[in-house]
Design a protein around this ligand. Structure first.
Ligand code: BDR
Ligand code: CA
Length: 324
């Protein structure tokens, strides 16, 4: 199993990321970051999800930064409710968070363990702070797979996706660090919408994890519909985890990506250089070898473009079946 640390802010879609990770990956720890909801809430939510999955004895939850590096924290109660994970009724967690800070956990684990993959499904504050604390982690990690950004347009603003918008300075630090970044942006995750049919299947599967998935999706379908034109719940963060669990589910291209920090309308935008690809994203020609007449900057990232959605749903259903 691939060794991972999952840095998250649960969050309905983060919870799905946790479900996939716990079943298919060697999760060395969960670290939490203020994002969808304040740090205390997302940490409690992470513990609750692990307890439903029966994994809380084995996987520690390490709280990280409560706010971004420079900007004030922006949260998303209109999507995730006041607790950050409204909908399912879950008991208070029995387990306490770990006393070690997330950044210490990330640095110590990566420096002492080979081939750790970092997955980040919230603002990138903890990852940037870990790089600042110990720059050698850039070379030590296998890769960093994030949910955030977009090859096309934004969701929180016309230009920016939520996770990058919340802490653009941290995202800039990460994308310019030399760490290999896989970017699961909303251009990809918008291909991953769960509807009532999927909820019915989760209820039929009937494991504790599947019932949690059903309750989470029911709530999230409602807020996604209120806040956008979507008729499903977009499982953004689960896509980033799925990319590590089953890489063939996602088609991607190498790209140079940098973060806009100053734009009046574009702060937090992931500026994606796809001049080396024919056509305009998202319709870039995936079959084309991207080196022939390369005019853009040297790629520092791999941008996800196409999701095998039926394959994703199958992975999710088999995962939920495997829990008790
Ligand atoms: C991202 O923002 C959060 O609300 C979700 O959990 C996801 O990580 C989508 O823009
Ligand atoms: Ca998230």
């Amino acid at each position: 199993k691939k060794k991972v640390i999952l840095d998250c802010d649960p969050g309905h879609d983060d919870a799905f990321g946790i479900m996939l990770a716990v079943q298919h990956l060697d999760v060395l720890g969960l670290t939490t970051i203020g994002g969808n909801s304040p740090l205390e809430n997302v940490t409690t939510n992470a513990l609750k999800v692990l307890e439903v999955l029966g994994a809380a004895d084995d996987i520690g939850v390490y709280p990280g930064h409560s706010c971004p590096m420079v900007a004030p924290l922006v949260t998303a109660p209109q999507f995730h409710g006041e607790t950050g994970m409204d909908g399912p009724v879950l008991p208070d967690p029995v387990h306490a968070p770990q006393p070690k800070h997330a950044v210490d956990f990330i640095v110590e684990t990566v420096m002492s363990t080979d081939d750790v993959t970092l997955i980040a499904t919230g603002p990138l504050t903890n990852i940037a702070a870990a790089i600042n604390r110990e720059p050698r982690i850039v070379e030590r990690v296998k890769e960093l797979c994030i949910m955030g950004g977009s090859v096309t347009y934004g969701n929180w603003t016309p230009a920016a996706e939520f996770n990058i918008f919340v802490d653009p300075e941290a995202a800039s630090r990460v994308f310019n660090s030399g760490m290999h970044v896989k970017m699961t942006g909303i251009n990809l995750t918008r291909q991953c919408n769960l509807t009532g049919e999927h909820v019915a299947e989760f209820r039929r599967i009937g494991t504790k994890a599947a019932l949690l998935a059903a309750d989470l999706t029911d709530f999230f379908i409602g807020t996604c519909a209120e806040e956008s034109e979507l008729t499903g719940a977009t499982m953004h963060d689960a896509c980033a985890v799925a990319w590590i669990v089953k890489p063939e589910l996602i088609k991607s291209v190498p790209m140079h990506i940098d973060i806009e920090l100053d734009g009046r309308l574009t702060r937090g935008m992931t500026v994606c250089d796809y001049r080396h690809l024919r056509g305009e994203a998202p319709e870039v020609d995936l079959e084309r070898t991207p080196t022939m007449d390369f005019r853009g900057e040297k790629p520092n990232a791999e941008a996800a473009l196409e999701l095998d959605f039926p394959g994703f749903v199958e992975l999710l259903n088999t995962t939920l079946e495997r829990y008790d």
